[in-house]
Ligand binder design. Structure first.
Ligand code: LMR
Length: 404
């Protein structure tokens, strides 16, 4: 019956994870998928999340269905987190919020909404998270790329980006990474966000922010700059976010989609159509993870504890960036090439978030995997959160070898 079904070509991130797991070599290092490990290479359960879990168990509230749009307290707390206390849009009624299955779930719902009710087109950065293209393509949106990363300067092609926005038809959606751009780690400055927002507003575009790494860049408030600037502009925009990384609750699938609308009446209709999409796809979101996130965000003591734990994760990642740079410098000094024959590794310290965009070619990434058991994406993206004090020298030596 299914002779005609083609084999799945695999996913560049999740299938690599499967290959990593099956690799028997004890020295293997997983720098592929965006998952934070502690310095012992273990996936942490944050103490704040554990405390929330213990409270949830003690309260024994039963396990009812959530409403289609998700838990009311969760939705309110997520909005408060991204906008900040006292923001006018906490009470304006113009934001339609739905609890989603991670940010992927929010992107899917938002993409489906845009296909039905919007322009049917979305532009994504060049490059972007591979799944943006698969996911929006599968929804049926027309996808184009806008200029973003400049390999020559390891920075941003901001003028080209702005020029591209001026070519887009009114209503076109534009997918933007709110902070810690995946895969490059290269973000817009606040001044660049302001200029981009003014251009998008003048052009009548629909910004769609993906925020999977809130707090992994310059802190919770600074990383929310784009969201708050867009909210202040009064524009209609989408925001999809995830707690997978910043609360280390990957498998709980905790995310949200927010649509900032023109007014409360419009937000009511948009929320209604999002509820319809939820009902026809999976009916309602799961209960447990959202309860934990809402508890951490609403309890001042747990929230303060979480902010400290988030800060510690960021500091460890920064320390690993520095350690990798130092190890490489030491190898290059020892072999007499000083800086690896002119190769700059400044990017390691400058890029933000979990990833470093190394410039490794697909062939060099294959060599790292085959010869050393070190897994990075074939795009050259390396997850610094998988480095530890034990494996960093080994990784540096392997990098120097494939770069030589
Ligand atoms: C990543 O980019 O590695 C993460 O967002 C995990 C994923 O689902 O791809």
């Amino acid at each position: 019956m299914f002779e005609h079904v083609p084999a799945f070509a695999g996913d560049p991130i999740l299938s690599l994870m499967e290959t990593y797991k099956a690799d028997p070599r004890p020295e293997k290092v997983n720098l592929g998928i965006g998952i934070y490990s502690d310095d012992d290479g273990r996936l942490p359960v944050l103490d704040s999340v554990l405390a929330a879990q213990q409270q949830a168990i003690a309260q024994q509230k039963g396990k009812p269905y959530l409403p289609m749009e998700g838990d009311a307290q969760y939705r309110a707390e997520v909005l408060r987190l991204v906008l900040g206390d006292g923001h006018a849009d906490l009470t304006s009624g113009r934001v339609a919020t739905v609890q989603t299955l991670g940010s992927s779930g929010g992107l899917k719902l938002g993409g489906e909404f845009i296909r039905r009710w919007g322009s049917g087109r979305i532009d994504v950065s060049d490059p972007t998270w591979e799944n943006h293209v698969s996911l929006f393509g599968d929804v049926g949106l027309a996808i184009a790329a806008y200029p973003y990363y400049d390999a020559a300067t390891q920075g941003l092609r901001f003028d080209n980006l702005l020029a591209h926005m001026n070519t887009l038809p009114s209503g076109a959606a534009v997918l933007l990474h709110a902070c810690c751009h995946n895969p490059t780690g290269v973000d817009l400055t606040p001044a660049q966000w302001d200029a981009l927002i003014a251009t998008m507003q003048a052009r009548g575009l629909l910004p769609f922010l993906d925020m999977a790494y809130l707090g992994f860049g310059d802190g919770l408030d600074a990383d929310a700059y784009a969201v708050r600037a867009l909210a202040a502009s009064g524009m209609t925009f989408f925001l999809s976010l995830s707690f997978s990384k910043n609360m280390s609750v990957y498998g709980e699938r905790c995310g949200a989609l927010m649509v900032f609308c023109a007014n409360p009446e419009e937000a009511g209709r948009v929320l209604g159509q999002l509820k319809f999409l939820v009902r026809t796809q999976y009916s309602s979101p799961p209960l447990h993870g959202g309860q934990l996130v809402a508890q951490v965000l609403s309890d001042p003591a747990l929230r303060a504890q979480w902010v400290g734990e988030l800060q510690a994760m960021c500091e460890r990642m920064q320390a690993m960036r520095l350690a990798l740079a130092r190890e490489l410098q030491a190898i290059w000094t020892e072999d007499g090439t000083q800086n690896g024959g002119g190769r700059s590794i400044d990017f390691l310290l400058q890029q933000k978030g979990m990833f470093s965009y190394t410039g490794l070619s697909a062939g060099q990434a294959d060599r790292l995997r085959e010869e050393f058991g070190i897994y990075v994406l074939r795009s050259g993206r390396l997850c610094v959160a998988g480095l530890t004090t034990r494996n960093v020298a080994y990784v540096a030596r392997a990098l120097a070898t494939v770069w030589a």
